[in-house]
Write a protein that binds this ligand. Structure first.
Ligand SMILES: [Mn+2]
Length: 356
């Protein structure tokens, strides 16, 4: 169903934009640099055809990474960011929706209202599954570095001029998904990056985007320190559970949970790390990371989420984070190889003493 011919994609985009009344661009929820960079690049393409274009970012600003906010702010004078609730008065059956860096309905904010748009074009580099958007205009190429690379190539081959802020946004997308040119690159990736630099992308600006904010570091460290319990499930299997036990209702970013779980997994004798936090008033996010001894996707599936063996997550609606943690602690056993000799009740190995 999907195709991977970039020339065909370019033709579809040109025709689709020309024939539309207005255009919406959406990336995945909890946007990263590739999703936001490719969205901005696509919005630049749309503007070439003098059509109104809206970039949908539905996440709370509070939940966005600081670098994403910096990128959005850098282009906000020329590009319009809207929330899902603003779409109603703008959308019609001649509207075009461009979906970038994602192809699954459940991962975009407008997944439940796709029938409101006239046509949908998907531009992505991730595998498809039964949740993938159904449209004849689906470009999916697993071999390209990033959605930003694809969009850069289209802008360049159409000889469209773009400013340094757009170039920075696109280059940040490529750099994120290639881990700064260490993985997944091809000659076309480097060619795209070179052209972005010629158009004003600045390596120092991009390095700044990748730097951690001190506040983020403090928040994540505070989360770990104020609430990590380590349990032994067997003689050798250690599992950590992180949540803010001082202020259990505190709102975190999905990113905070993910980063704290990754951090916990970097410690000796931790085989799986789970990090829980409220991301809105009654919605709890759980990030799960493992080294393979516990299949964390099985654990997350038990709570309605998913992922893969070493990296998974889920969202749970609940007023009681401790109750969710209890259920999670029980579910861990499901992810353990049945040959492993587990204790009847896991032993609390280390309880962080909270000092204020
Ligand atoms: Mn990507």
């Amino acid at each position: 169903m999907a195709f991977n011919d970039i020339k065909k994609l370019k033709e579809i985009l040109e025709l689709g934009i020309k024939n539309s009344s207005n255009v919406f661009v959406v990336g995945h929820n909890n946007p990263d640099f590739d999703s936001i960079g490719s969205s901005i690049g696509l919005a630049r393409l749309v503007k070439e055809y003098n059509k109104d274009v809206y970039i949908i970012v539905d996440d709370l600003k509070l939940n966005l990474q600081s670098g994403i906010v910096t990128v959005m702010d850098s282009v906000k004078d020329n590009y319009t960011f809207i929330k899902k609730k603003d779409i109603d008065k703008l959308v019609s059956d001649t509207s075009l929706l461009l979906v970038t860096d994602v192809n699954k309905k459940s991962m975009i904010s407008v997944g439940d209202m796709l029938d409101r748009f006239g046509d949908i074009v998907v531009i992505d580099h991730h595998t498809e599954n039964e949740d993938s958007i159904i449209t004849p205009y689906k470009f999916v190429d697993l071999s390209v570095s990033s959605a930003s690379e694809v969009v850069t190539r289209i802008l360049n081959s159409s000889k469209i001029k773009y400013d340094a802020n757009v170039a920075n946004a696109l280059l940040a997308g490529i750099e994120l998904d290639t881990k700064r040119f260490r993985y997944n690159t091809s000659p076309t990736t480097h060619d795209a990056a070179e052209k972005l630099q010629i158009n004003g992308a600045d390596d120092d600006d991009i390095s700044d985007l990748f730097l951690e904010e001190f506040d983020d570091y403090c928040r994540i460290s505070n989360l770990i320190v104020n609430g990590t319990l380590i349990y032994k499930y067997s003689d050798t299997l250690g599992v950590s559970f992180t949540l803010n036990r001082n202020e259990p209702k505190k709102i975190y970013r999905v990113e905070d949970c993910a980063k704290s779980a990754v951090k916990m997994l970097s410690f000796k004798k931790i085989d799986a790390a789970f990090s829980l936090g409220y991301v809105s008033n009654n919605e709890i996010h759980i990030s799960a990371r493992g080294n393979g001894r516990v299949d964390v996707s099985k654990v997350m599936m038990e709570l309605g989420g998913g992922g893969n063996e070493t990296c998974a997550g889920c969202k749970v609606e609940s007023e009681d984070i401790f109750e969710v943690e209890k259920k999670l602690m029980d579910s861990v056993k499901i992810g353990v190889d049945p040959s492993e000799k587990l204790y009847k009740t896991p032993k609390l190995l280390r309880k962080k003493q909270v000092k204020r």
